[in-house]
Design a protein around this ligand. Structure first.
Ligand SMILES: Nc1ncnc2c1ncn2[C@@H]1O[C@H](COP(=O)(O)OP(=O)(O)OP(=O)(O)O)[C@@H](O)[C@H]1O
Length: 230
C-alpha cells in the first residue's frame, strides 16, 4: 500500500490532491484539495452555499469516490469501505431523514444486536436518557432531534464524525448546548464540520479551511475572547 505523504504520526485523517468532477457539471467541484488533521484536532471547513462542502463530506464518508487523489488514515489510503466504516456522517437537517417510528426504532435501524445497556449508554452520552424511548422522533425538540442523529452515528463507534451544518436552524441556546456536546464528543475522535458560519465553532478551537471555487485553503479563525476574572 502506498502511503500518503503526511507522516503517520503527524496526522490521522488526510486528503491528498483530491479532485471530484461529476460528468454533468462543466467545472470540477473540488480541485486537488489537500488537508491534514492531527490527532485531537477539530477541523472546520467553511465556504459559501454551493462551494462543495457536503460533497467533501460525502467523499470522506465513502459515499462517493474521488476522480483523483487519496483519502488517508494515519498515512494509509482508505478505500470506500474503509472510509465508510471509520466515519459517521450526520447530514444537514438529519431529522428529515429519520425512518424509525420511535426513538428506539431509530437507534435500532441497522443495529441488529443493540443491547438495552448500549442503547442507554448512547442516549446518556448525547443527553437524551430522560426521553421516552417509545416517543416518535418528530415529537422531539429540534435540539433533541440533532442529538438523536448524533446517537445513531455514535452507535457505529466512528473514529471520524462528519457534521454537515450541525447547528443550522437551531436557536442560540440550543445551538450552544449542542456545541457543548460536540466539545465532549471530540475526545478520542476527529470532528470534521462543514459550515458557512465558522465563527460559531470557535469554542471548539478548530483548525480552519476555506473552500471556494473548488480549492481549499487553510486560514486562522479568530479565537473567542476569554475574559479573566479580576
Ligand atoms: N454528482 C453531482 N452531479 C452534479 N452536480 C453535483 C453533484 N454533486 C454536487 N453537485 C452540485 O455541486 C454543488 C455543490 O454542492 P454541495 O451540496 O456540496 O455544496 P455545499 O457547499 O454543501 O452547499 P450548501 O452550503 O448550500 O449546502 C451544487 O451546485 C450541487 O448541485
Amino acid at each position: 500500500m502506498i502511503g500518503c505523504s503526511a507522516g503517520p504520526l503527524a496526522t490521522v485523517l488526510s486528503l491528498e490532491q483530491v479532485s471530484y468532477h461529476p460528468a454533468t457539471v462543466p467545472r470540477p467541484l473540488l480541485r486537488q484539495v489537500s488537508m491534514a488533521v492531527r490527532p485531537g484536532e477539530t477541523a472546520v471547513v467553511a465556504g459559501p452555499s454551493g462551494a462543495g462542502k457536503s460533497t467533501l463530506l460525502e467523499l470522506v464518508a465513502g459515499l462517493i469516490q474521488p476522480g483523483r487523489g487519496r483519502i488517508c488514515w494515519q498515512g494509509n489510503p482508505m478505500d470506500r469501505r474503509q472510509r465508510h466504516r471509520r466515519c459517521g456522517l450526520v447530514f444537514q437537517f438529519p431529522e428529515r431523514h429519520f425512518l424509525g417510528l420511535t426513538v428506539r426504532q431509530e437507534l435500532q435501524l441497522g443495529q441488529r444486536r443493540l443491547t438495552e445497556e448500549r442503547l442507554g449508554a448512547v442516549l446518556t452520552q448525547v443527553g437524551l436518557n430522560h426521553v421516552p424511548r417509545q416517543q416518535p422522533p418528530e415529537r422531539l425538540s429540534g435540539g433533541q432531534q440533532r442529538r438523536l442523529a448524533l446517537a445513531v452515528q455514535l452507535l457505529r463507534n466512528p473514529q471520524v464524525l462528519l457534521l454537515d451544518e450541525p447547528t443550522a436552524g437551531l436557536d442560540w441556546s440550543v445551538r450552544d448546548s449542542l456545541l457543548t456536546l460536540l466539545g465532549q464528543l471530540r475526545t478520542g475522535r476527529v470532528l470534521l464540520v462543514v459550515t458557512h458560519e465558522p465563527k460559531l465553532f470557535a469554542p471548539l478551537q478548530p483548525r480552519c479551511w476555506r473552500l471556494q471555487d473548488g480549492g481549499l485553503e487553510p486560514y486562522q479563525e479568530e479565537q473567542p475572547v476569554t475574559i479573566k476574572p479580576a
